[in-house]
Design a protein around this ligand. Structure first.
Ligand code: NAD
Length: 280
């Protein structure tokens, strides 16, 4: 008996990266999955892997920024599997990057449409189906970029911060319906959004990301799938409105201690006791 036996999950952005890993993990735990994405070829591959992992799955081509397509996605889940228990709003893009003064209104709006409107629509249209079955779990992928600033990522940071706080406000409204709403804030996770499937870059990214946070390895899509499984399952029944950070310690803090320069050691020696400053 899997942790999601009998449950039906919709996962957007499930043709690749975290969405694909989560689909496969959920399928292995007994869920039926609707794999939703713009990318049909990748989505069909995810469906095959879900089935190989013991679950049932179908692909629905979906643009998460289009309300009619999200409605059709929820309807497909009901038509195929009879209900919706889990909605994972995970699709994403980098969006408008670079200096703020150079961002066009069009690129700003396109970024928000996918990253923030897509989450709003996923919540809006899955809630009615979850009410019919007495509750459910809505998960969205935010980011550590929704908790702090990252240079050159203004549109992305704004949208992901929006996802974090929409999670909170929506969780207040739907708790009475036993619909839990949480988001995940990944740190550096080695997926195609970073390596773009370019030859050799995935391997280089492993090393680069391993140095980006205290825990000494890159983040992997399976790390996010594990958190998504917790949030989707009844194990998290009393958890709602939360932003769950999965980042190998990236956002925990920073320290001079990591900098082995003379100046850094002047400020904070590697060991010992630091008394009043006038004593030198
Ligand atoms: N990889 C990281 O380091 C990282 C860190 C924090 C947050 N995130 C977020 O994680 C989520 C998953 O990204 P990933 O890293 O797995 O990247 P990915 O590129 O592998 O997967 C994202 C998927 O979303 C799909 N998609 C994009 N626009 C869409 C749209 N309009 N409608 C439907 N599908 C669409 C893509 O086709 C792709 O399959 C995204 O929301 C991303 O912003 C990623």
């Amino acid at each position: 008996m899997g942790r999601l036996s009998g449950k039906v999950a919709i996962i957007t952005g499930a043709s690749s990266g975290m969405g694909r890993a989560t689909s496969i993990r959920f399928a292995g735990e007994g869920a039926s999955i609707v794999v939703a994405d713009l990318n049909q070829e990748g989505g069909e591959a995810s469906v095959r892997e879900c089935k190989e992992n013991g679950g049932n799955a179908v692909f629905q081509k979906t643009d998460v920024s289009a309300e009619a397509e999200i409605k059709a996605l929820v309807a497909r889940a009901v038509k195929e599997f009879g209900r919706v228990d889990i909605m994972y709003n995970n699709a994403g893009i980098g969006g408008a990057v670079g200096p703020l003064e150079e961002i066009s209104v069009e690129d700003w709006d396109k970024s928000q449409a996918v990253l923030l409107r897509g989450v709003f629509l996923g919540i809006k249209h899955s809630v009615p189906e979850m009410r019919k079955v007495g509750g459910g779990s809505i998960i969205s992928t935010a980011s550590v970029a929704g908790l702090r600033g990252f240079q050159g990522l203004h549109a992305y940071c704004a949208a992901k911060a929006g996802v974090v706080n929409l999670t909170r406000s929506a969780s207040l409204e739907f708790a009475k319906d036993k619909i839990r709403i949480n988001c995940i804030c990944p740190g550096g996770i080695n997926t195609p959004i970073l390596h773009r499937n370019q030859p050799g870059v995935k391997e280089a990214m492993e090393d680069f990301l391993a140095k980006g946070q205290p825990y000494p390895r890159a983040g992997h899509p399976e790390d996010i799938a594990a958190m998504a499984l917790f949030l989707a399952s009844d194990d998290s029944e009393f958890v709602t409105g939360q932003a769950m950070v999965v980042d190998g310690g990236l956002t925990v803090g920073s320290g001079f201690a990591n900098q082995r320069t003379d100046t850094a050691q002047q400020i904070l020696p590697p060991r010992g006791f630091m008394g009043p400053s006038f004593e030198g």
